[in-house]
Design a protein around this ligand. Structure first.
Ligand code: PEP
Ligand code: MG
Length: 883
């Protein structure tokens, strides 16, 4: 096996295609080296070596050291330095780099190779002893933390004490001699803690660091991050070992990060931030607020501090050219890291840039126009579930704004919530159903769980590439960072801005699109769905084969879905119509009636209300298909649950409480989900189905007369398992249809179909299709009945199942292809054997899940139906499924 791939000096053993083996960072360093870009020479230890490490009790694989040493010899030849040499030492950076980006989750060691001797050489070389001792103490601290397991605090305490003793305020105030003293204090403490001195031998340091970086793959942060982002543990991390370059060698040195286009808006302008005289981690960590690299950016941010363009015009020009080349080469927006060592530019990383959905849309559409990518590629590049971000509300421009601070617009959309100051408070509040804005000085990977549940995130420090900004954009959560005029007083739990003091629990609004922070609640506007979004959706619509319908029970749902591009209603759950205002009382009368006569009396009163519902839906959908499902849930869902409710209902209905209690007992079911529900209701009480069918046909007649648009209602029978069930219910519907159309003297076309949500129905689909004119997969129930797992109780143990690796995803969220999927395939095939042209769709929750939508495409369904806000997601996912 080959464990090591080298790069440098215009050559590389790997390339961008080797992401799985070399990790993202390693593969792209190799690619950049091959392109002849200035990359410090180095090597990548493969992810396979990492897996070997874990499979063999955490030791490095045999042969690895020889290969690394050979690679280092190559680096020595290129740099003219020697690793471990006291005269011209080669110093190394040792960094993690997984297949998927895991920002800040794993460890890094810089300045490796320094010891009591080479620190002198570094000082001499750099002509700066202070820099050398500062580098040495940073190395000791990082190495001790990553490899030897010592807490950062131990080192920070020593440094704080020294600064106090010397009367210094900032780290930069310390002299060379003072840093040298700090180093000796660090080493004393370390020897006391560990019983051994700090390793002086560079090779020992190197093997320690490689093992340390491998080990960080399993640290708690990384494990959590992988779980949140579905990154398999088996991928492992690579380790990148490179010749050090220094951004902190005085004022002609700098370090920074940049995006080849604006990651927030997608605008085609180089966009980035840098810090003079700093090491790379300083920019990402958000400890100092960085400066803009371009003049344009500086002006836009209103900063007085000079841009890199102004400060280092030649280096900047070279950098801009490299960025253009990288973007053209990768045909995508790049996110790059660079360091300038005494005027010499070095590229340290490039990767496809994370971006907001709005930016992703703009970039995709622009790049098609630029001829860089095809429409299909543009469509394929948008993550369907990320469209959610665009559907976020924004602040109404006409609303009054009580601005209490402002920062950088790090992630778009506006959010309102109560102030909390810690991730723990955020989680606790969310559990109580309260909406919160997480307010921090800055965030770190430890805050992830709190960021996840917050409506929005506000920090008072850091730039557009700080942890908070990157993570919030990834999660699609509105975020404002670096609100420097505001102050977080953690001790007293207060946020202070513009002379206003707010406390934990006070409501604020943040505008992630402008960077403003506002007191209280503010009026919001719903999102605009034209422009790039509209264009891309148009392309997607042109590409997809399946129709997209919506699950809508109310006129407002139906209207929203239409505005999102729904092409009909795939499921109208009629039960939801009976909970409204006065209807529930009539519904209860019907359910509690002694006999059919009583039931019919109540149903007669429900009929006009139902008819009104359907008339409205038909009008909104204007000739598009509307699938209406007959009443599905067990009847006791409409009845009182507690003793108090029972008393109230009895009083309201003028019924004896004891009699009501008896009726409730009689209706009680041990397992209602498998009880008297679905088509069983229509068979036990056909007068209910009759009323609903009558309402549907009368509404269709009315709609046809009023709008002139032909309505073809699709009536859907739930929970069918037997051919005879659908036969019976269809008989009721057909009879009512004849009556109504006869009375009206108007022909109404309609379809009667069934849901496929029981395994028996799937297996008997050929027989059921003799009566049913269409199928719609109710995958919520089909998943429940295939697994024998209650859909209402699954959440309690599905997370345990996922954590223990029993299942890799929740089958109620994303289809179980092997079991439920096979039943669907069987049903579709057998159904079409009987009725070749029959329409088949899906209306369970899976109809809005991109992975499940791909499956539906593959088995040839005609449409998917999902909740209104998922319609755009489904349109895009259905298009991607055809690519
Ligand atoms: C289903 O079971 O998938 C379905 C759509 O019906 P409901 O969720 O109403 O049971
Ligand atoms: Mg169902």
């Amino acid at each position: 096996v080959k464990w090591v791939y080298t790069f440098g000096d215009g050559k590389a053993e790997g390339s961008a295609r080797d992401v799985a083996l070399l990790g993202g960072k390693g593969a792209n360093l190799a690619e950049m080296a091959s392109l002849g870009l200035p990359v410090p020479p180095g090597l990548t230890v493969t992810t396979e070596a990492c897996n070997w490490f874990y499979n063999n009790g955490r030791v490095l694989p045999p042969g690895l050291q020889e290969e690394v040493l050979k690679g280092i010899a190559g680096m020595e030849a290129i740099t003219g330095r020697r690793f471990g040499d006291a005269g011209r030492p080669l110093l190394l950076s040792v960094r993690s780099g997984a297949r998927a980006s895991m920002p800040g989750m794993m460890d890094t060691v810089l300045n490796l190779g320094l010891n009591d001797d080479s620190v002198q050489a570094l000082g001499h070389d750099a002509g700066d002893a202070r820099f050398a001792w500062d580098s040495y103490r940073r190395f000791i601290q990082m190495y001790s933390n990553v490899v030897l397991g010592l807490d950062h605090e131990l080192f920070e305490e020593i440094l704080e004490d020294e600064k106090n003793r010397l009367g210094h305020e900032f780290d930069t105030d310390l002299t060379a001699v003072e840093w040298q003293h700090v180093v000796s204090l660090y080493k004393e403490m370390l020897e006391e803690e560990l019983g051994e001195p700090f390793p002086q031998e560079p090779h020992e340091q190197l093997w320690g660091a490689v093992s340390g970086v491998f080990s960080s793959w399993m640290n708690a942060r990384a494990v959590t991050y992988r779980m949140l982002h579905n990154i398999p543990e088996a991928w492992g991390t690579a380790v990148n070992i490179q010749a050090m370059v220094f951004g902190n060698l005085g004022t002609s040195s700098a370090t920074g990060v940049a995006f080849t286009r604006n990651p927030s808006t997608g605008e085609k302008t180089l966009y980035g931030e840098f810090l003079v005289n700093a090491q790379g981690e300083d920019v990402v960590a958000g400890i100092r607020t960085p400066q803009s690299i371009t003049e344009e950016g500086r002006i836009a941010s209103g900063s007085e501090r000079p841009s890199m363009e102004k400060l280092m015009p030649q280096t900047f020009a070279a950098f801009r050219e490299i960025c253009d080349r990288l973007e053209a080469h990768y045909r995508d927006v790049q996110d790059v890291e660079f360091t300038i060592e005494r005027g010499k530019l070095w590229m340290l990383q490039t990767r496809s840039a994370k971006r907001t959905t709005r930016a992703a849309m703009k970039v995709a559409v622009d790049m098609v126009a630029e001829g860089l990518i095809t429409r299909e590629e543009a469509i394929a590049r948008i993550e369907p579930s990320s469209l959610d971000q665009l559907l976020h509300p924004t602040i109404d421009p006409k609303a009054g704004r009580d601005v209490i601070g402002s920062g950088l617009p790090a992630s778009p959309g506006a959010a309102t919530g109560e102030i909390v100051f810690t991730a723990e408070e955020a989680v606790a509040a969310e559990a109580e159903g309260r909406k919160v804005i997480l307010v921090r000085i800055e965030t770190s990977p430890e805050d992830i769980h709190g960021m996840h549940v917050a409506e929005g995130i506000l920090t008072t420090r850091g730039g557009m590439t700080s942890h908070a900004a990157v993570v919030a954009r990834g999660m699609g959560i509105p975020c404002v960072v670096g609100a420097g005029t505001m102050r977080v007083d953690l001790r007293n739990g207060r946020l202070i801005g513009m002379g206003m003091t707010l406390e934990k629990g006070d409501v604020i609004t943040i505008d992630g699109s402008s960077g403003q922070v506002l007191a209280g609640r503010v009026a919001m506007l719903q999102p605009e769905l034209s422009g790039d979004f509209g264009r891309l959706m148009e392309w997607a619509d042109g590409l997809r084969r399946m129709d997209i319908r919506t699950n809508a029970d109310t006129p407002s749902d139906a209207r929203a879905a239409r505005s999102f591009g729904a092409e009909g209603i795939g499921l109208c759950r009629t039960e939801h119509m009976f909970f409204d205002g006065g209807r529930i009382h009539v519904m209860r009368e019907m359910i509690l009636a002694e006999d059919e006569k009583g039931r019919r009396a109540a149903l007669d009163r429900l009929l006009p209300m139902q008819r009104q519902d359907f008339t409205e839906l038909f009008a909104i959908m204007h000739g598009l298909p509307v699938t209406i499902r007959l009443l599905d849930p067990p009847l006791h869902e409409f009845l009182p649950k507690t003793g108090k409710e029972t008393r109230e209902v009895a009083a309201a209905m003028g019924m004896d409480e004891a009699v009501l209690g008896q009726r409730l007992d009689a209706l009680h079911e041990f397992n209602p989900m498998l009880g008297l529900r679905g088509c069983r209701l229509a068979i036990a009480y056909p007068e209910i189905a009759e009323m609903q069918a009558r309402a549907i046909f009368q509404a269709a007649v009315e709609a046809a007369r009023e709008t002139g648009a032909a309505v073809v209602p699709e009536i859907m029978v739930p929970l069918v398992g037997l051919r005879s069930e659908i036969d019976y219910v269809k008989g009721v519907i057909d009879r009512v249809a004849q009556e109504v159309t006869g009375e009206a003297g108007l022909r109404i076309d309609y379809l009667v179909g069934t849901m496929i949500e029981l395994p028996r129905a799937a297996l008997q689909a050929h027989a059921i299709a003799e009566a049913a004119e269409f199928f719609s997969f109710g995958t919520n129930d089909l998943t429940q009945t295939t697994f024998g797992i209650s859909r209402d109780d699954a959440a309690r143990f599905m997370t345990i199942y996922q954590r223990k690796g029993i299942v890799d995803h929740d089958p109620f969220v994303s289809l179980d292809f092997d079991g439920v999927g096979e039943l669907m395939e069987i049903a579709a095939t057998r159904g079409r054997r009987t009725r070749p042209k029959m329409k088949i769709g899906i209306c369970g929750e899976h109809g809005g899940d991109p992975v499940s939508i791909r499956f539906c495409e593959n088995i040839g369904l005609d449409y998917v139906s999902c909740s209104p806000f998922r319609v755009p997601i489904a349109r895009l996912a259905a298009a991607q499924a055809t690519i």
